[in-house]
Ligand binder design. Structure first.
Ligand SMILES: Nc1nc2c(ncn2[C@@H]2O[C@H](COP(=O)(O)OP(=O)(O)OP(=O)(O)O)[C@@H](O)[C@H]2O)c(=O)[nH]1
Ligand SMILES: [Zn+2]
Length: 247
């Protein structure tokens, strides 16, 4: 089924103003970060499992609908929504989900990155380290907070430094698992920089481990992606690891 047909089908299945897909179809389809849909091949698992109708509602419609449902949740918990401090919480949470912490779900918000023709003739490793990661665990929707260290070796093209931070930020602003976040950042960098020589290292605290469940406040999670020379050349990888180990 082509994406256009899926979009039409989902429109017929709207329930209570919220698009609704039958479970099987919804699970079989994922939207890629280039806004295409993998309806005819197996997904790699690197894509965020989004429904094909994910952006049928406008941001304002989403905020309206989430606020209503979040008010229900608070009500069920027994909280008095007439209380001055609580009365705007459902809308605050809805706005925070759509406009802030999950804003990176929308492909339209992917940073546009301009490539330059390596005017500096710099062909060594470039490392952008200690990039802030504020993401959200997709299992409990609580924060994942840490740092990303990213490196690449130019294939003749370079990008502005801040664009690396922006790419990390864009993929972080989603419900995530750290493994997928690492892969998504690496794949995007390879695509924009037109090189396989990319490394991504993320060290983060998971608040689902820290503040609930096992309540371990000390552990952190490290994930890595090495490709190109970072994978095949031990010296290159060691240089990267040595650079990021220095404060
Ligand atoms: N692989 C991976 N697991 C994660 C990540 N973030 C959270 N988790 C884990 O996802 C698992 C969810 O497990 P469940 O057993 O379904 O949930 P739970 O009963 O709340 O688990 P506990 O946290 O052990 O109480 C937990 O072990 C989390 O620590 C992540 O980024 N990557
Ligand atoms: Zn969790």
């Amino acid at each position: 089924m082509k994406r256009q047909e899926i979009m039409l089908n989902t429109q017929e299945k709207k329930r209570n103003g919220v698009p609704h897909l039958n479970g099987n179809t919804a699970h079989a389809l994922h939207i890629h970060d280039d806004d295409t849909c993998c309806d005819d091949h197996v997904c790699t698992g690197k894509e965020t499992p989004l429904r094909p109708d994910a952006f049928e509602l406008t941001d304002d419609e989403k905020i309206e609908s989430i606020a209503e449902k979040f008010a229900d949740i608070l009500h069920i918990l027994g909280l008095d929504l007439d209380d001055d401090s609580l009365k705007d919480t459902p809308r605050r949470v809805a706005k925070m989900y759509v406009k802030e912490i999950f804003s990176g779900l929308h492909p339209a918000r992917k940073p546009s990155v301009q490539l330059f023709d390596n005017p500096y003739q710099y062909n060594q490793m470039l490392v952008e380290k200690n990039i802030t990661v504020h993401s959200y665990c997709e299992h409990h929707l609580v924060p994942i907070i840490g740092v990303a260290h990213v490196a690449y070796i130019s294939s003749g093209k370079v990008i502005g430094l801040s664009k690396i931070n922006r790419i990390v930020r864009y993929f972080s602003k989603r419900p995530q698992v750290q493994e997928r976040l690492t892969e998504q950042i690496a794949e995007e960098l390879k695509k924009v920089l037109q090189t396989e020589d990319v490394a991504v290292y993320i060290d983060a605290e998971h608040f689902c481990v820290k503040t609930r469940g096992i309540e371990d406040t000390q552990s952190t999670t490290v994930t890595t992606h090495y490709s190109g020379k970072f994978l095949t050349d031990n010296q290159v990888r060691q240089e990267f690891l040595s650079i990021i180990s220095k404060k």
